[in-house]
Design a protein around this ligand. Structure first.
Ligand code: NAI
Ligand code: MG
Length: 357
């Protein structure tokens, strides 16, 4: 019988990436067998500082051929600042993927989970549940500009924000599409059109134009300064929040921070049209301070597996991973030490896997 089958490039990277990844793939394999599909896991040792030590570069020259045709990339974390400066390890790996694979959406859930202490008073699981959609390729993070007369009284630095209609419209469409699949069907746009008086009014106009294509989805907008305050004071108000590259960068850290720990937070770097593979990874880095101890929280990696399966169209499998995570986090024996529990990386991962399906 013809089975659904997904080829997945598995890249653990550095530090705790190598410890949490086996728990991510354990969950994936459990979900595959419970839900009747196959995963073809292709492990790669590049995009790591160990690879750099051996080869003098983070990735082989033909990295694009090696992973460009897979259905998705499952990534751990990269970085080992003692041996390779972060700007090299990051720019020669992860940022290449995002750029070369045109992963123009950075997607992060903001969801309060059981067993995770909420830094906001009086909130319980279910109260906070929204998505941050960040534009991932243009906007404020441009290389248009220059630096003149460095070190002199005449020193000038300029860095221009670049917004294209193509780039803005496609991330907005992604956000509105996502909202159609949600119960509340609401998009909030981050703006600053009162202060940034050229690009942000353009962004607002495109929100109106794209919003008009989605009569079933409501939308509103906040200036970024008050929006950050609303994340903290009224997080229950949000459903899908869409933002430019810089605003999205800030919101996609603030949102997960409002729901507890980065140890459980996942993210997707998504090429929605499927021309190139999308990449799913935990929000956290390689955590050199705890690497090698077997105590890292694997939930961020496992939740990333759920996001990846959702992206691949395996919504039921994704939901069953999410239920297993919630059940595991709810018990002291299931949670890792960073959440005050008794589990280590492997026992937490095994607990989740045993509850899938
Ligand atoms: P980090 O996220 O690695 O660690 C920050 C703090 O959170 C540390 O105290 C760490 O022990 C703790 N932590 C992180 N993940 C955890 C987990 N799963 N369970 C329990 N505790 C956890 O950020 P940091 O220290 O700023 O960066 C370390 C390295 O990681 C650097 O080389 C940096 O460039 C890289 N990095 C890579 C990212 C990626 O691959 N996407 C993202 C962020 C950082
Ligand atoms: Mg950031």
């Amino acid at each position: 019988s013809a089975q659904r089958r997904y080829s997945i490039a598995v890249i653990p990277g550095d530090g705790i990436g190598k410890e949490v990844m086996p728990e991510g793939t354990r969950a994936l394999e459990a979900a595959a067998s419970a839900h009747g599909f196959e995963v073809d896991l292709q492990w790669h040792d590049f995009a790591s500082c160990d690879y750099y030590a051996k080869h003098g570069q983070m990735m082989p020259d033909d990295w694009k051929d090696r992973i460009g045709k897979v259905d998705a990339i499952f990534f751990g974390a990269v970085g080992w600042p003692d041996t390779v400066p972060d700007h090299i390890s990051l720019w020669q790996s992860l940022l290449q993927f995002r750029r070369e694979f045109d992963q123009y959406v950075n997607l992060r859930p903001v969801r309060l989970m059981p067993g995770v202490p909420c830094p906001l008073a009086g909130r319980k699981p279910g109260d906070i549940d929204f998505w941050v959609v960040r534009e991932n390729t243009e906007g404020e993070y441009s290389s248009v500009g220059g630096h003149m007369f460095p070190g002199t009284e005449r020193e000038i630095v300029i860095q221009e924000t670049v917004m294209t209609r193509h780039g803005v419209d496609r991330v907005l469409r992604y956000a509105f599409d996502l909202a159609t699949k949600r119960e509340r069907k609401h998009v909030t746009s981050a703006t600053k059109s009162n202060g940034i008086a050229i690009t942000m009014p353009f962004w607002d106009k495109r929100v109106e134009a794209i919003g008009a294509e989605y009569p079933g989805v409501t939308h509103d907008k906040y200036h970024i300064d008050i929006l950050t305050a609303q994340f903290v004071m009224n997080p229950q108000r949000f459903d899908v929040v869409v933002a430019s590259n810089l605003f999205g960068d800030i919101l996609s850290d603030l949102g997960p921070a409002c729901t507890g720990t980065i140890g459980v937070a996942p993210s997707g770097n998504i090429n929605p049209d499927g021309t190139h593979p999308s990449l799913f990874e935990p929000v956290h880095g390689s955590a050199p301070d705890i690497a090698g101890k077997g105590i890292a929280n694997p939930v961020g990696q496992i939740w990333s597996a759920a996001m990846m399966l959702e992206h691949l169209g395996e919504a039921e499998a994704a939901a069953s991973i999410m239920r297993a995570i919630e059940e595991t986090l709810a018990t002291e024996t299931g949670r890792t030490g960073d959440l005050g529990g008794k589990a280590d990386t492997v026992s937490c991962g095994k607990a989740v896997a045993s509850l899938i399906g």
